[in-house]
Design a protein around this ligand. Structure first.
Ligand code: CP
Length: 357
């Protein structure tokens, strides 16, 4: 397909990209991965370009894959700590000489560089569901350069691209692939919904038979669920929701259990903002852990995925996540999945910040 339309676009959620466009991104990611493996330089693609990265939250994979990716493409990724600049803030949330209005930050950075990437969820927006996505969209409204979502409170689109690239590499198809995104227990309740929501959007968009499994109190955004149902219908595939952890993984090709916050943690109107209730609910599902016994109910060739960091011993046993080096049978693919962040991000950056003139 023609890629002229990619140039200058924001990348906030896969819901704003067509299936054909996402397939093109995956093609480019595979090509960049091949070049990287062969030692072929491709540092002309974004030579002398700058990506500004604003992290309101911590990160290992996202920060380092964007930085390494920009280096490999010939450009530079510039890390910005919101506490060390005038914290970009929405109108009405400003503090004199401590914050700076998002519209000003976005327009200033647009005069100096070629892309703005932002991570924001949870505490910086006081667990008001959707407020971080609104902040990123405010950046996009004012910036003249692409705005990339490095994870907000709704979406983590680059993680989802890595998830489906890893799935494709294992199976070479999405048709007939049972992709199970499940909640799993963690002692921390402060985890956004961005990863599971983006994973099910990507899996249904690509035509996997997608299963979402969680305890009833951990439901996801109804708009995301509706989008997944529409995707599945369009692809003649299935999308089902279950609350049965024991049976969800039966014959699964992709096993993706991870923790996210119960709905009641979020501030009204989405939840009740009730931290004590959230903790009590969370503790009642301690047994939702991925074990070797459960992995063995999945397809013989299944892969275990996790966006990382994983809470070992709580979300997953060591003998599942560390079961990586096998020629046959199910295995953990978490390090390929983490590496694939690099390749998909390089593809999106090249297509949106560089590409055809
Ligand atoms: N998966 C992921 O986004 O990892 P980081 O939080 O380390 O960036």
């Amino acid at each position: 397909m023609r890629t002229d339309s990619f140039k200058g676009r924001d990348f906030i959620t896969l819901l704003e990209w067509s299936k054909e466009e996402v397939e093109t991104i995956l093609d480019c990611a595979r090509d960049l991965k091949r070049r990287y493996a062969m030692g072929e330089l491709h540092d002309h693609l974004l030579r002398a370009k700058t990506l500004f990265m604003i992290f309101y939250n911590q990160s290992l994979r996202t920060r380092n894959s964007f930085e390494a990716g920009m280096t490999q493409l010939g450009g530079h990724a510039h890390y910005l700590d919101p506490e060390k600049i005038y914290t970009p803030a929405m109108e009405g949330k400003e503090v004199a000489y401590s914050t700076e209005r998002v519209s000003d930050v976005a327009r200033v950075l647009s005069r100096m560089g070629d892309g703005i990437a932002i991570r924001c969820y949870g505490d910086p927006v006081d667990w008001v569901y959707g407020a971080a996505n609104t902040l990123i969209r405010e950046f996009a409204r004012w910036a003249d350069i692409p705005v990339l979502n490095m994870e907000d409170d709704k979406y983590h689109p680059f993680q989802a691209l890595a998830d489906i690239l890893t799935t494709w590499e294992r199976f070479g198809t999405f048709k007939g692939i049972k992709f199970v995104m499940s909640w799993a227990y963690s002692p921390s309740i402060h985890k956004p919904r961005a990863v599971p929501q983006s994973a099910i959007i990507a899996a249904t968009m690509m035509g996997c038979d997608t299963v979402l499994c969680h305890p009833p109190e951990f439901e996801l955004d109804p708009e995301v669920i509706a989008a997944c149902q529409a995707n599945a219908q369009m692809n003649n595939a299935s999308f089902t929701i279950t609350h049965d952890f024991e049976s969800a993984f039966k014959d699964a090709h992709v096993v993706y259990p991870k923790a996210w916050a119960p709905k009641c943690l979020f501030k009204p109107p989405v939840g009740e903002g009730d931290e004590q209730k959230a903790k009590a609910i969370n503790e009642s599902y301690k047994h939702w852990k991925m074990t070797r016994r459960l992995m063995e109910t999945a397809d013989h060739e299944a892969i275990y995925l996790h966006c990382l960091p994983a809470d070992r011993g709580w979300e997953v046993d060591n003998d599942v996540i560390d079961h990586t080096d096998v020629l046959r049978g199910w295995r953990s693919a978490v390090y390929e999945q983490a590496e694939n962040r690099l390749h998909v991000q390089k593809a999106v950056m090249t297509l949106t910040m560089g590409g055809r003139l």
